[in-house]
Design a protein around this ligand. Sequence first.
Ligand code: ADP
Length: 882
Amino acid sequence: MIDSQEPSTNCPDFKELASSIVSPIREPVLIVREDGEILAANESFCSEFSIQSISLVGNNIFSFSKGLWAQCGLREYLKTLWDQPDPKVKQNLYLPTVDQNYIPVWINGNPLNFYNEEPKLCLLSFEIIGDQWNGEIDYRKLLNEVLSEAPAMMCILRGPEHIFELANEKYFQLVGNREIIGKTVREVLPEVEGQGLLEILNDVYHSGKAYIGKEFSVDLADGKELKNSLLDFVYQPIKDSSGNVEGIFVHAIDVSEKVLNRRALENSEKELRNVIDTVPVIVWLTNPEGQGVFFNKNWYSYTGQTYEDSRGHGWMTAVHPDDRDQVKKNFLDANQKQKEFSLAYRLRTKSEKYRWVIDRGRPKFASNGDFQGYIGSVLDVHEDKIKEQIIKEKEHRTRSIVEEATVATGVYVGEDMRIEFANDAMLELWGKERSVIGKPLEEALPELEGQPFHGLLQEVFHTGKTYWGKEDRVDLERNGQLQTGFFNFTYKPLRDGEGKIYGILNMALDVTEMVESRNLLREREQHFRLMADLMPEKVLNTDAKGRAVYFNQNWLEFTGKTSEELKLVDWKKLVHPEEQKEFARKWEASISTGHGFEMELRLRDREGKYLWHLSRAEAVKEEAGEILMWIGTNTEIQRLKEEEKRKGDFLKMVSHELKTPVTSIKGYVQLLLNILRKEEDQPASTLPIKPSLERIDNQIVRLTRLISEMLDLSRLEEHQLELQKEIFCVNDLVVQTVQDIQLTNTQHKIEIFHSYRSRVNADKDRIGQVLINFVTNAIKYSPESQYIEIHVLQPEEGKIAVSVRDKGIGIDVRDQKNIFKRFYRIGRESEDTYSGFGIGLYLADEIIERHKGQIIVKSEKGKGSDFSFILSEYSPNKQYDE
Ligand code: ADP
């Protein structure tokens, strides 16, 4: 502490004086006060009595070393010493050493009457008996010895003029080695005149009272110049046996340096105090007992306290009542341990408000290591503290939000990615217990080894660039099983106040389900496309609004365009102009209602040809009913359409074909009836009945054929055409059939060539029917030529063929296959030119096929045709299927 203490009542100068007196003396000596306190002991004393000087000085002669010398003999001797003015007696005593060895000594006491006032001092010298005791110590000799050896400046002045009688070396040095002995002070030290010293000397001499000067400033000549010294000194009157003053003992110590140092210290302390007062913080000091002894101005202006309020522990009354006990406890605790402390508490301000402060104290130690109390500072941190509180609250809040958040969140710190924090969602995602917190990630999730995440984390940690994982695959050991998941996540660097990266924030979202379902969808879509591509239909996929997104392979092949071209060129334009309007209307209606679409329409193919399609589209809907997309199919129905047309044509023809013979039969019957009615009297033979009946018969044959063909057709469709097989000779059948035909077709010449003869096992009537069809067609389609050839031949071993050749209109190669189709007739300008139903060859083909035979057409347009059928010959050895 800076405040200087009052000087102790034990004037330190006595001790200093006493020790300076005893230390040079060779005999064991002590200086004791009247009350028994030992002021000084010399080395010799300590060694003779084996006592350490520290247990002596300051202690009582009767109580040091547990009252080692508290014996009556010594007490009585000292008592007589004080009572007699000039005792000079010595006494024989047994005195113990520390190890309790009593040794006989002569004790000789000489009062030191330096000071007339209390306390009285006495120089005790001891002579260990055993050595030769050569009388009493000569006080003057002793004094001389003392004076010459003492570190202090000493001299003895005699008489009222203060004549130097004696002076030691130090004193000579002080006065610049002037010749002073036998001369008065005024004489040899003229410069002291006017400095007050002579007056004091006179005063001491006349009053007989000692004078103690402290830090007395004296200017003494040192060569030519005056040198200033600061002296602590004692002017002790020397009295004769009757008490009259005969001189003055001067004992002085140069304290210049000490004082200057102290003043400098005081000045620097003053400065320090100024500094302390002007620094913008509160500064305080305590003494070793922990009592406040100094507070700078800031303290008073901050708290409004006075020094009286604050001193001791008074400053604590300004501490918030809620914080006070804790502060007191912590402060006293620190004080006791002499340890540095820092306390945060609320301190009452002048305006009676409490503000947060931080009070720091640091123990002060003297150079010898003694604890001197604390120096401390108080800093107002109210705003910061409040902020800190808010931040803490916020942090707490965000922490709890994060902790409860469904987004998996983790914080890893340091290069080893120690898990500092992981919320429940993250732990669940990992499939790990809470105990992983605090462990490095590598240790907590060893299954990540070999996956890219450690590398990514290190990269983020070192580059500071956030990493966004999108549907990244992560294999995690969840609850003991390695599972694959997909995650959207971030690795975000965390920076401290200085911008240095200290960790990584990881937030992750499990998107496994989404990715898996999308993969499934993709797979399904692939399946769908694969299927769609395999489908014979043209499959089209549009979005909910009808915009095309996908065309299958058939579409592309049909149109000769790529998918992109089809999307670009509106595929709807491929619809035949005649159906376009209806198509647009129906398609739009479907899109707006979600109802299925169905329509027959023509679509243009890669060659620009329109082909009939059955176009259908169905909406694919979500569970909620919302349309996701449309899937459309276009099935080619060109053949169906054509057949339908042929059917229509057939019906037209059938009615025509039926009408013609019936009308003509009706006509002839009418004619015959009229003739009969008119010519009732005439004999029938004279009437022209025969030709009419022949015509009627002809027409009936036609009708019968027509009806049986239709019957066959329906049987064929119902799979009821059954073969009645028999073994017959093909050549005979040909002859017979031609004979029958020739009955009604007299104009044509039919010639048969039998280049081979054989039998077959077949349905004779059906084969006959085929032959009739071939021959009647040859007749029908060769209006210009009347010659028909029929060849029976062997096309190869085991086979027999019947070939019907005409020189008629012939058949275009293109049509040669089609003529075997149902209702197919070669379109000619006039449909009526050649009557027929387009089923003859269809039936013929079916019949021959059922006989496992073959029909061969050779024809050239305008030149004629050759229709032949080939059957297997009958061989008795051969096994027949049926
Ligand atoms: P249709 O009753 O019309 O004769 P078919 O099935 O017997 O029916 O014959 C089918 C078509 O084949 C005929 O319409 C005709 O155009 C053609 N055709 C058949 N035979 C001959 C032939 N010998 N010469 C030319 N065209 C023929």
